[in-house]
Design a protein around this ligand. Structure first.
Ligand SMILES: [Zn+2]
Length: 127
């Protein structure tokens, strides 16, 4: 869908931000909730350490706020303009969207956060 080598690719696939070859997460499915946030220590392809400092991923909380707003806005637009819903139904749909997509939002924010600090390196990618 997205080209390897772009930040968008790493963000949406959850792949290693430096080589884009490996998933950072132990389980690719975010809806297995017990493993939703369990990540590999290092990239097995290029050896990049993901947690570059203790509690590094606490910073992704700052990112999850705008990501959550993006999901909430999408829920609002769909329920208001597509389904012509009333205020209560819109509120419920926004809350439901945020709960249902919580694992996805958590992972997206981690991917965006780590991509602020690490950049794609062609030399590390497999040939
Ligand atoms: Zn890597």
């Amino acid at each position: 869908m997205f080209k390897k080598g772009t930040k968008i690719y790493s963000i949406f696939t959850g792949s290693c931000p430096k080589c884009h070859e490996e998933s950072m997460f132990k389980n690719k499915n975010p809806y297995i909730l017990s493993e939703a946030l369990s990540m590999n220590e290092n990239c097995s392809n290029c050896g990049t350490k993901y947690k570059i400092e203790p509690s590094f991923f606490y910073g992704s909380m700052y990112v999850s706020y705008p990501v959550g707003i993006a999901f909430a806005t999408a829920a609002f637009v769909i329920s208001f303009f597509v389904f012509n819903a009333g205020i209560n139904a819109i509120f419920i749909s926004i809350v439901a969207t945020l709960i249902i997509f919580m694992p996805v939002i958590l992972r997206l924010s981690r991917n965006i956060w780590i991509n602020f600090f690490m950049h794609y390196d062609k030399g590390l990618a497999k040939k």
